[in-house]
Design a binder for this molecule. Structure first.
Ligand code: ADP
Ligand code: GLC
Length: 484
């Protein structure tokens, strides 16, 4: 089965969050399962600077609001050897950032990613895939133009259109004027496709038009169809897909995230040889300029700094959290006001709190390896990958029971020895503090903690399982919709 995967991020070169990790790992898993994937991503400067790419096609163009925009397609391999096509347009993708710089988005992102989607759809048409698998709002125009552009519709008559939602908080919303960027008939600005409350909504259009829609965990799939807060207005539209909207839990990329062969960390370790983790903790404390205290658990956070990730909760609860006997390292960048707050808090809680306001992959690995526990108090979480990485590093996740966090972490029960972390239900400071207090109590019971670590190490979220689920879904949809 030939699959064209279209997305705006790809690890390790163009990464803002978990979408990049998924696009960096899923294609290899598809190949291992016998499929034939090709990844299509923007030809960002960050990629073109480092990969060896050869031309596939030049002098192509799509017309945006009456003016032709030229692009070329280059062919390279992704980091795991899967064919990767790059949509090259210097004006849109020759910039330093992916979506912007210094936490400010580029003002023309709608235009950039509608252009990308249209160009990528043309690139996919040349490949003649059985399935086009587009991800998130940046590629949401792909299934839309595959149906609404008559030339593309003819080329894709036998192609299944699947759309995966990684985060419903970002929908690609614009005006009626922005709709013209799609270059499709005005009739598509309607309730049956991309119009939503008088605006253009690309994600909504993709949900309507795609043959199948997925999201990245079963619980999130349930939540977004049942809760207006989490559905961000699209709960009804998603419900209408019925069996053609499903949640498939992401995998964790253990090629990149495994303490047994992690090149970034102070000392490698494994479930059978855990000593290295002690050395990793020491090295991390030293880097964070925190004193080493034998019996104090070290809690890590690696995150975008946004309210999605629970930073407003942590803001409200920080004094109570700091009253607990624990140290906290926050590696996070994002919201400038939150950054300022946590930076100030660091000087207030010197020796107990370290705040690193950066996006740094090697530090992310070192925080995972050196922490005893990993805090993720998300308001909502479509899947969440960092808690899966934490488990692999033997760091106990302390999470709020939402989305993929609910699907991957379970409360440790010292009596039965089951569970791999600590889970709280309500988005309140007191529940979060109570979960951290439970963690600390277990930490002081050495044998219970070793048991908890064993359970954490044993969690296995392989991409093979996820890739197989996707392939089964693609086959089922092709059968049900009689696409052949
Ligand atoms: P999301 O995609 O919502 O940000 P995920 O848990 O799915 O959350 O994925 C986040 C990815 O981004 C992980 O690979 C994580 O290590 C990485 N990451 C997040 N924040 C940082 C940071 N400040 N520095 C380095 N890596 C980060
Ligand atoms: C989004 C979500 C995150 C998910 C990631 C990869 O960024 O916020 O929960 O893990 O996509 O699917």
């Amino acid at each position: 089965m030939k699959i064209a995967i279209i997305a705006a991020e790809i690890a390790p070169w163009a990464k803002v969050g978990g979408l990049a990790d998924v696009i960096g790992a899923l294609p290899a898993a598809f190949r291992a399962a016998g499929a034939e994937p090709v990844v299509i991503v923007p030809g960002y400067k960050a990629i073109l600077d480092v990969v060896h790419a050869t031309p596939v096609a030049t002098g192509l163009s799509v017309t945006l609001e009456g003016a032709p925009e030229e692009f070329s397609i280059l062919q390279a391999s992704d980091a795991r050897g899967t064919p990767m096509q790059l949509i090259v347009h210097d004006g849109y993708f020759g910039r330093e950032g992916i979506y912007g710089t210094d936490s400010r988005d580029y003002p023309d992102n709608l235009r950039r990613f509608i252009f990308f989607s249209r160009a990528a759809a043309h690139a996919a048409a040349i490949l003649k895939p059985e399935v086009v698998h587009a991800h998130d709002w940046h590629a949401a125009a792909v299934p839309i133009v595959m149906r609404a552009d008559p030339v593309l519709a003819a080329q894709f008559k036998h192609t299944l259109r699947v759309f995966t939602i990684h985060n419903l908080a970002f929908q690609g919303i614009g005006t009626r004027d922005d709709f013209d960027l799609l270059g499709i008939a005005p009739s598509y600005f309607s309730i049956d496709s991309v119009e939503f409350h008088g605006l253009m909504n690309l994600l909504k259009g993709a949900v309507r038009i795609a043959d199948g829609v997925t999201t990245v965990s079963p619980t999130y799939a349930h939540e977004v169809t049942s809760s207006p807060e989490l559905g961000f207005g699209l709960e009804g539209v998603l419900r209408e897909k019925n069996g053609r909207f499903v949640g498939i839990l992401n995998g964790a990329d253990y090629h990149e995230w495994d303490p047994a062969h992690d090149e970034w960390i102070a000392s490698k370790y494994s479930p059978a040889h855990r000593d290295g983790k002690v050395a990793c903790k020491r090295a991390l404390l030293e880097a964070a300029k925190l004193p080493h205290r034998e019996t104090t658990p070290l809690v890590g956070i690696v995150s975008r700094m946004t309210s999605q990730k629970g930073f407003d909760l942590l803001h409200d609860a920080l004094d109570d959290v700091m009253r607990l006997e624990m140290q906290l390292i926050i590696l996070a960048a994002g919201d400038p006001l939150m950054e300022k707050f946590f930076q100030r808090a660091e000087s207030h809680y010197r020796g107990q709190l370290c705040v690193m306001l950066e996006f740094d992959n090697s530090l992310a690995h070192r925080v995972q390896a050196g922490s005893d526990a990993f805090l993720m108090p998300s308001r909502f979480e479509p899947c969440g990958l960092t808690q899966m990485y934490a488990l692999r590093y033997g760091s106990a996740p302390v999470v709020r029971a939402t989305g993929g966090l609910r699907d991957t972490v379970s409360e440790f029960n010292p009596a039965s020895g089951t569970g791999n972390g600590f889970v709280f239900d309500r988005y309140t400071a007191s529940e979060m503090v109570a979960a951290l207090a439970r963690m600390i109590k277990i930490y002081h019971d050495v044998s219970a903690w070793q048991r908890l670590m064993t359970n954490a190490f044993a969690a296995d979220f392989s991409w093979e399982r996820a890739a197989t689920s996707y392939l089964q879904l693609f086959e089922k949809l092709r059968r049900d919709l009689a696409i052949s």
